[in-house]
Design a protein around this ligand. Structure first.
Ligand code: PAF
Length: 284
């Protein structure tokens, strides 16, 4: 089993010792409820770094008041087993008090260019919570390399921008989205879907694949691509579209014309009480 660390005071000297011995420190931050997408991040971390550190912390500040903080799955035993199989050395699993000693409404980090659009428009305060906790985790673990999934694409953009703006000495490595055989992106929230919702859930990926095929066949008009995304989502029983966008992959600015742009499609939909998101590059 990996060494389980619950306090910053336990984690810092162990990591400092490895670093002093010349180890490259790799880090995979998670909220637990681990699946094979997380395992793939951890395996890369294991392969590419001498010390592989993961964190498991359900971060309260990234949940809006209406969201599922209490309901969020907590599966520490099986998470630790996944960390073990992936060869993780250390798992940092702090309490909320350890991470937020002065309460949740304390110092925070914000990336204004990205925090109130797309996911940020639906989930006010979410990216402030993500950026804040990731910065705290970076300050504690001081990784050389940190791994994130492309599935949470806007999160990746927010974190990369924070690292650039604050000149943090950490390299962000993104991993392709892990999927079920029918295309559904792996997510800790998939476990909330009932059988009917689960059978409709691949519509997100299907909408993206159709949009990509149209773009590869020459379509350049952004609104037409949005329409293709929406048509697929809205023709699937039980799927309520929240947004279906085509944006520049660096600025997240909506695109009217895809010509010469690195374009990514982003979709979010509700199935019953569960929100799912997905994305796919249309043009790189
Ligand atoms: O992607 C997640 O699981 C979380 O947003 C993260 C990056 C671990 C921050 O809590």
């Amino acid at each position: 089993m990996p060494t389980l660390l619950q306090t910053i005071a336990q984690a810092r000297p162990l990591i400092a010792k490895a670093r002093a011995g010349g180890a490259t420190v790799g880090f995979v931050p998670t909220m637990g409820a681990l699946h094979s997408g997380h395992a793939a991040l951890m395996q890369s971390c294991r392969r590419e770094c001498e010390l592989a550190v993961a964190s498991i912390f359900v971060n309260p500040t990234q949940f809006a008041p209406t969201e599922d903080l209490e309901r969020y799955p907590r599966t520490l035993e099986s998470d630790l087993e996944i960390c073990r199989q992936a060869g993780v050395d250390l798992v940092f699993h702090p309490t909320p008090r350890e991470m937020y000693p002065n309460g949740l409404a304390s110092t925070f980090v914000e990336t204004p260019a990205f925090s109130s659009i797309l996911e940020g428009a639906v989930r006010p305060g979410h990216f402030r919570g993500v950026a804040t906790v990731v910065l705290k985790l970076f300050a504690i673990i001081q990784p050389d390399v940190a791994y994130f999934g492309q599935k949470d694409f806007q999160q990746l953009v927010v974190i990369q921008r924070m690292v650039d703006d604050l000149r943090l000495p950490v390299e962000i490595r993104a991993h392709p989205t892990a999927r079920e055989a029918d295309g559904l992106a792996l997510s800790s929230r998939n476990r909330y879907l009932n059988a009917h919702e689960r059978s409709s859930a691949p519509a997100l990926y299907q909408s993206l694949v159709r949009a990509r095929a149209a773009v590869q066949a020459g379509l350049k008009n952004g609104d037409r691509v949005r329409q293709i995304l929406r048509e697929t989502l809205e023709s699937t029983a039980g799927v309520v579209t929240e947004y279906a966008e085509v944006v520049d992959d660096r600025t997240l600015e909506p695109l009217d014309n895809l010509e010469g742009r690195s374009a990514i499609a982003l979709v979010a939909a509700r199935l019953g009480s569960t929100r799912l998101i997905d994305n796919l590059y249309l043009r790189e």
